[in-house]
Design a protein around this ligand. Structure first.
Ligand code: KIV
Length: 280
């Protein structure tokens, strides 16, 4: 069954946890879809885990459209959310609507995600009014890494917690249908999940949220540059890949691969030397 804005809202109402993972390509999206994931986020984290940047700042609209379109082709049932990259919506409400539209039309996303609270509410309102579902992103918002002075837990003191609560209420009022809360103390995230009607998806925000999201390379042990405290490795795919690559290298070097069963045959009656002579 296709996951939609309505089924996701319904899951919160029924107390059924919402599952979300990032993906950036067709094959991975298809595997997740077949596993029964509710939502796939084409995160701008692709800048780090796919393109090797140190943060998400350099990711472009073209990068996001390219990867979102690939994921959308692999996702039959999963609800696909595309991240709006840095400076694709902060510049103006007009830019925000145009770029959200491109992610829907060219990337075939089901919704867009953008970072920020009260300051981006005009953008959330306008995009929603254009019939594009919006996921808000609060707490540690990686596009603000330079303003934050690093990747840090948010909402730890009274003033920061109050700001986060007020931002969460503001994005809901502006029309967001879902919120991602990143790197927020568990008790605060639980409180926000209780007071909002819309689903709250946590990452590094404890288990009191309505759902969870992780970057798939982190949870499969495929990205070793940096592993946040909140990540659990559900499989060691990175090690398995390295084993596979080493085994391939060994087999090619020894001449053991390709074997007979990987090789196409041609009739022994054909004499290639004769063919060459014939063509002279
Ligand atoms: O870009 C991303 O992958 C994200 C998640 C960390 C929520 O925004």
């Amino acid at each position: 069954m296709k996951n939609t804005v309505s089924t996701i809202r319904e899951q919160k109402k029924n107390g059924e946890k919402i599952t979300m993972l990032t993906a950036y390509d067709y094959s991975t999206a298809k595997l997740m879809d077949e596993s029964g994931i509710n939502m796939i986020l084409v995160g701008d984290s692709l800048g780090m885990v796919m393109l090797g940047y140190e943060d998400t700042i350099s990711v472009t609209m073209e990068d996001m459209i390219h990867h979102t379109a690939a994921v959308s082709r692999g996702a039959s049932d999963a609800f696909v959310v595309a991240d709006m990259p840095f400076m694709s919506y902060q510049t103006s409400v007009y830019d925000a609507v145009v770029n959200a539209g491109r992610l829907m039309k060219e990337g075939r996303a089901n919704a867009v995600k953008l970072e920020g609270g009260t300051t981006v509410c005009p953008q959330i309102r306008a995009i929603t009014d254009a019939s594009v579902p919006v996921v808000a992103h609060l707490g540690l918002t990686p596009q603000s890494v330079n303003a934050f002075g690093g990747f840090k837990v948010q909402g730890r003191d009274e003033a920061a917690a109050a700001r986060l609560i007020s931002d969460a209420r503001a994005v809901e009022r502006a029309g967001a249908f879902c919120v991602v809360l990143e790197c927020v103390p568990g008790r605060l995230a639980s409180y926000i999940s209780c007071i909002l009607e819309i689903p709250v998806i946590g990452i590094g925000a404890g288990n009191g949220c309505d759902g969870q999201v992780l970057v798939y390379q982190d949870m499969l042990g495929m990205y070793s540059d940096f592993t946040p405290k909140f990540v659990r490795k559900f499989a060691c795919v990175g090690d398995m890949m390295k084993e596979g690559f080493s085994s391939y290298i060994k087999s090619v070097r020894s001449g053991e691969f390709p074997a007979q069963e990987h090789t196409f045959s041609v009739s022994d009656d054909i004499d290639f030397t004769e063919l060459e002579n014939d063509s002279d």
